[in-house]
Design a protein around this ligand. Structure first.
Ligand SMILES: [Zn+2]
Length: 281
């Protein structure tokens, strides 16, 4: 499933393709949205943005598109004359004279009044987006220690969109490795240094992935591997999907476990952050 960085890049592509020009084609193949969609013919997109895994598009006629890709949803942006993919279900088409954006397969699609955004049942529960400038490591460090989050295992907490929006399965493994902490730890178990490292990783890795179109590995290492001819899939991650391979940092074998129902990848040597509990007599 795409995570926050991938959705933010989709939003960027939608903005670049559509913003400012009148829409010549607007289709919402969604039950109950036909009348609202007709209001959008000739409207202009003012901006597209994301919050976590939610994608939002504002129109100059006072409506806001909301969609969540879930597992299979995907935007494709291209020339206005592009042929829709015959295999996947087209849900939304927004096209100007030059570009078209087609949303395939998403199941959660709504057109909202701007005033409804704050009270939206999904959006209202989202935590801060790791990609937003206002989300700083010190804000995340404080959040980790709030009573609502401090006693949750990190394996579950990092997927909880109420804690931080936009983190998903690959970012979970990558953040824990970068911070040197175990997935089974809870924030309440960690010392101040580990909390600080974790907070920095929660902010830094989604941003790195956003900038690099999906690379969370150390940038210098990823460049070196690319120069050696290593393909994208084998150079992009620190640990995610690398079970049985040696840790880039220490050489120990990366292992895969299941946590909160999803695959989790850890280095048994690099991820052993001291905790209050284990250090106390
Ligand atoms: Zn290691």
């Amino acid at each position: 499933m795409p995570e926050g960085p991938e959705i933010r890049r989709e939003a960027d592509a939608l903005s670049r393709a559509l913003a400012g020009r009148p829409l010549e084609r607007v289709e919402y193949r969604v039950r109950g949205l036909g009348r609202l969609a007709r209001r959008l013919r000739g409207a202009r997109v003012t901006r597209a943005w994301s919050h976590g895994k939610a994608l939002l598009i504002a129109f100059d006629r006072g409506l806001v598109h909301y969609s969540h890709n879930q597992l299979y949803g995907r935007w494709r942006v291209g020339p206005a004359a592009q042929e829709p993919d015959a295999v996947r279900a087209v849900r939304v088409v927004l096209a100007t004279g030059s570009h078209a954006a087609i949303l395939y397969s998403a199941t959660e699609i709504e057109l909202l009044d701007p005033g409804e955004l704050d009270a939206h049942p999904f959006l209202a529960r989202l935590g801060p987006d790791a990609l937003d400038r206002a989300t700083t490591p010190s804000r995340i460090a404080a959040r980790l220690l709030e009573p609502a989050f401090a006693r949750a295992p990190l394996a579950r907490l990092l997927l909880d969109q109420r804690f931080v929006a936009g983190l998903g399965n690959y970012l979970r493994s990558e953040i824990l490795h970068a911070a040197g902490v175990r997935a089974c730890s809870r924030p309440a178990d960690l010392d101040a240094e580990a909390i600080a490292r974790l907070a920095r990783a929660i902010v830094a890795l989604p941003r790195r992935s956003y900038r690099t179109a999906g690379i969370t590995n150390d940038p210098e290492r990823a460049r070196r591997l690319a120069a050696q001819g290593v393909d994208f899939d084998n150079r992009r991650f620190l640990v995610y999907g690398r079970a049985g391979q040696p840790c880039w940092h220490c050489g120990r074998t990366i292992r895969r476990t299941e946590a909160a129902g999803r695959g989790l990848f850890e280095c048994p040597s690099c991820q052993s952050a001291p905790s209050r509990r284990t250090r106390s007599p």
